[in-house]
Structures are given as C-alpha cells and as structure tokens.
Design a binder for this molecule. Structure first.
Ligand code: FES
Length: 576
C-alpha cells in the first residue's frame, strides 16, 4: 500500500481553510473566535477526536481526560485536534437496547467525518456497541483513523473475592433467588462489582470487540488489553494522537487495513478469547462495510480449528486485568502462531507480525499454550435446521456439556413480557429437560435484538439445583452471560421465521456437534401453522425507530441498514 506522501495543499481541510475566498474567510474567522491563530492550524492535518463520553456512560467516564491526552499527541506531531462528541450508547442504561442505536452512531460517525473539515480521526469507544459503530462509520468514510479502546475496568471486589461484570451478577442473582445469599450480600455485590472507569472486565462484548479491533489492525499494538485506570492507557491515547497525524500524511486509511486477512484474524482472535456471540453480528456488519464477504459459515469453519486459549470469564476463570498482566492480546496472538496472518498491515505502518516481536506470556494458566487449551475448539458454533434456516449460534464453551445433545419439550413465551409474567409461576408445566423458547426478540421483533437470550431458569427449578437448560430465541446474549442458549435464530419470528410456529409441547432437538437445531414437527403441520400465522404490527410508526424497522437486516447479515452496507463511497460535500 505504497502511497505518495501528501502535501499540505492535498489535505481535505485545505478546501475549508487554505483557499482565499469568502467561505474560507468565514471558516478561519470562526476558528479565530475559538482562540486559535493561523499558525495553530494552517497547513496541518485536522484530527477529529470522536468522543463517546457522556455523564450516562460509566464505561467512558475517563474519556474527557483521554481526549485531552489524544490532543496532546496530535499537537506534538504537528496536527490540529478538534474534539467532536457523538452519541454515547451506554449499555447499562439505554432502552430497549443499545443495539437499536448502533447504526445511528455509525451514521453519525460517518457524517461527522464527511461534513466537517477533517483529515483523520481518533475514535474513542469501548462500551459494547460503540466499538463496531465507530469503526463501521470510519470504514464507510475511509479517512485515516485510529481506534482508542476504553480499556477494561479493574476487577470487582466482594468479601475478598473477585467479581466479574455480568457473569457474577447472573450468578449471585440466581443464588439470591434460590435463597442461598442475603439481601445484604446482594447489596455488597452491587457496591463492589464496578469500582473503576472502563468497560466490563469479563470477556463480554466490550473486551471481545476492542480485542477484535486490535487484531484487525486499527489500534496501536497492545492497546485493547490495558486497564482504563492504568497510566499506560493514557500514554497509549497520546501515542495514538501522535500516530494519526503521520497516517494522514501517509494516507493510510481503514480500507487499506481491513481486508479479508484482517477479518479472519479478528474472527480467530474472538474465538481464541472465548469471546461474545455478539461479535458475530458486529464483525459481519463491519466486514460488509469494508467490502469483505463474511458469513456465519466462515465463523464456523474458523471455530473448528481455533482453540480457546484465554481463560477468562464467563468461559474461564480470570478477568481482563489478569489477562493484561499475563501478556495481553499480544501474548495471545503470539500463541495463536500460524492461525493468524502476520503479514496483515496495521495502523502503525508495521505488520501484525512485526508488532508481535518480543511479545511474551507471563502466566500460562491465563493465556494457555496451544497444547493445553481451555477448550480444544468450537468457541462458537453455528447451527442450522428447520428451526433456523439462515442460522443460529451457540457458545459451546459456556454451556453444560450434557446439554450439547438434547431433545426436549418446548415451553413457549410469545414475547419478553409473557416470559417475565409466567416464568416463575409455580403451576408452569416445565422441568429440567424442557426447552425454553422466546419469540419476538429479534432485530425487528423486540425491536433491536436485545440481550435477552440468557432466558431465566424458573425459580422452582433453580431451587432444585438446576443451573442450565436449553434456551432458544432470536435475541442476542450478553457476552458476560453463559448457558445452553441458542441465539440469533434467523429469520426471526417477527418476520415469520419458523421460531414463530413453535408451540408448547413440540419436541426440539439440539445437536451441537452436528450443528443442528430441529423442530420435530411434520412439514404438513408446519405448513398449516404458517397459513394461520399473521404478521405482528410494526413497533414504530415514526422517527428513527421507523427508519430502523424499514432497513435493518437480519442477524446473519449483521443487522446493518441495507442502504449503509458496502457501496460506492459518498462524495465529499461541496464547500460553498
Ligand atoms: Fe459498558 Fe459493559 S456496560 S461495556
């Protein structure tokens, strides 16, 4: 990717500031209004710092400081930094789900970069959907870009035990419902589980996607594993600001980096981390933005050869802080050896392999060697069958082994409210072998495909000691969750997928090794049920929700908007 080094007059921002006309006068006078003189910006790359900080996002609470540190690097390298806020997508607070708004942040990122005098950008994100959204937008606009991951928060703490985001919430909630811990204990968990800035520190969607961003080549080496509270995180932010200025002169753009090799490296990394199933939806969307074909079959093929090496919750034992001290993602990538393509380029101008030189693993139980993996293979598995003609996914590493081959009676809930109302009814006809089915929780049905997929186990079964059951939905599942949860069933029930036709008492077969999910009902009966099925009403009639419902694709296609997928680049605006 040898390109001619840019001259100042080649800069995109030159059209706003460098020409001598009335419009440029307006632009320069308004920059002067903010206290900058011509020498601060003339002939320099303008670097947008797209900041997803917000008072409502605890995972990004350090981003005001990080933006200043990025600016310091930009100034030092001879650039002109401009911070631009973008929608924060705070996972714990936004309803019905941040996933409804991932594409909105992607659009906002793309349009901020397009409509303003920007030559390059630094993307500040990390809380679940922010990583894919920022990268999707940056890929579509294709200006030089570096991603600065938020970094994981420190380990949680309760009575001398480490707590993991999400995973321990579900665990202690189940213990509370079973009567094994007190309300006071539960409050202690609440106070200690999130005690520092940064994203969830289990291998949830945030850790998975920031690691994928590094494996793709869009961060500085080692960036994704540094805890947010570590001073080296601030140093990384400054170095990212320095580097992006040089990338502008070199004209190194995201599409120069995100190719089929990079996407395979990201998928392999996600699998070796025992990463979140959400990464499937996000990486497919991201790859399609870059014009790289990626489908569920590729995930399954790579899963069959990739061992899970990271011993991190929810699949394993440790947390992201331990992972960092053990050598971090560079350590893990070194252990993957020939499973990753080390010739893939990265944002610092070096190949992935060059960036791994000198990387070591300091704790063999946290980052396992290839000959002693946490799980031999199949960190994720793609299922197909008459219940999911376009695919469904499951995380075999995070489920009880005896459920991997299972036939059980369906207990069907028509939507989330129905589930919440009836799951704990003492009279509910359900036992440990039943298969819990939730409908209307997909991209259109919920809408937004929320993380409802770890369906609750009925209280009466919890009290009997049951901790895992086969559960099926068209929802997603938090990366911090675990269990025999079949997710992302496509097509979803709301648009008439076969999941909509399941009834109480139907037999369902799950065969993870055979990659099958079958509704054991005859074709004639299914045809009769389909003839009687009526499509539910759309959930939104106006606003962003209506736009979303009209254009969102199904889970196997990445849930992007159909009009945002790869296509001819939109031209820059005229400067009038
Ligand atoms: Fe932000 Fe988990 S809530 S990453």
């Amino acid at each position: 990717m040898t390109k001619v080094r840019k001259a100042p007059t080649d800069l995109r921002s030159h059209r706003w500031f460098g020409v001598n006309d009335l419009r440029a006068f307006g632009h320069r006078s308004r920059i002067a209004q903010m206290g900058y003189s011509r020498s601060d910006y003339a002939g320099k790359p303008v670097i947008a710092i797209i900041n997803t900080w917000s008072d409502i996002n605890p995972c990004h609470s350090h981003f005001r400081a990080r933006a200043e540190e990025v600016k310091r690097g930009v100034w030092q390298a001879g650039g002109f930094p401009l911070e631009m806020p973008a929608i924060s997508l705070s996972e714990p607070f936004q309803k019905p789900t941040t996933m409804l708004y991932r594409n909105l942040l992607a659009m906002e990122t793309e349009e901020l970069l397009r409509s303003y005098p920007v030559d390059g950008c630094v993307l500040l994100g990390g809380c679940d959907k922010t990583t894919p959204a920022l990268i999707m937008g940056a890929l579509s606009m294709n200006l030089p870009a570096i991603f600065v991951p938020a970094g994981p928060m420190l380990r949680g703490d309760f009575k001398g035990k480490f707590l993991g985001s999400g995973s321990d919430t579900w665990k202690y909630w189940a213990e509370l419902r079973a009567g094994n811990i007190t309300e006071q204990d539960w409050q202690g968990v609440e106070e200690g589980i999130a005690r520092a800035p940064g994203h969830c520190m289990t291998m949830g969607t945030a850790s998975t996607m920031t690691s994928a961003a590094e494996a793709i080549g869009l961060t500085l080496p080692g960036a994704a594993s540094i805890p947010a509270a570590d001073s080296r995180h601030a140093q990384m932010a400054t170095l990212s600001g320095k580097r992006v200025v040089e990338m502008v002169w070199e004209d190194v753009c995201p599409r120069d980096i995100v190719d089929a090799r990079a996407i395979d490296n990201a998928v392999t990394t996600v699998l070796a981390l025992g990463g979140s199933t959400n990464a499937i939806v996000h990486l497919i969307a991201l790859a399609r933005r870059a014009g790289v074909p990626l489908d569920l079959a590729r995930f399954d093929a790579l899963a069959r050869r990739t061992p899970v090496l990271a011993n991190i919750r929810p699949s394993g034992k440790y947390l992201m802080e331990d992972f960092f001290y053990a050598g971090g993602l560079r350590g893990l990538l070194t252990r993957l050896g020939d499973l990753v393509d080390v010739k893939a380029p990265t944002v610092n101008g070096r190949t992935l392999g060059q960036n791994l030189e000198g990387a070591e693993v300091y704790h063999d139980d946290v980052i396992r060697p290839r000959d002693n993996p946490l799980v031999e293979r199949d960190g994720l598995a793609v299922l197909r069958g008459n219940l999911a003609p376009d695919g469904a996914v499951i995380k075999p590493a995070a489920m009880e082994l005896h459920l991997q081959r299972h036939i059980g009676r369906a207990v069907v809930f028509r939507d989330y409210n129905d589930l919440a109302a009836r799951i704990d009814e003492p009279a509910l006809d359900i036992d440990k072998d039943s298969v819990i089915v939730l409908q209307s929780s997909g991209p259109q049905g919920a809408p937004g495909m929320p993380e409802w997929g770890q369906l609750p186990i009925p209280k009466k079964l919890l009290q009997q000691g049951v901790r895992d059951m086969v559960r099926i939905s068209d929802a997603r599942m938090s990366g911090t969750s675990y269990g025999a949860c079949v997710l992302h069933v496509a097509p979803e029930s709301h648009v008439g997928g076969p999941l909509a036709l399941v009834r109480d008492g139907d037999l369902i077969e799950l065969d993870v090794a055979g990659r099958r999910i079958e509704l054991m009902v005859g074709a004639a009966e299914l045809a009769a049920r389909r003839a009687a099925w009526t499509p539910p009403a759309a959930r939104y009639s106006r606003g962003f929700g209506a736009l979303y419902l009209k254009h969102v694709t199904q889970a196997d296609k990445g849930c992007d908007f159909d009009f945002l997928e790869d296509g001819a680049a939109t031209s820059d605006p005229e400067i009038h």
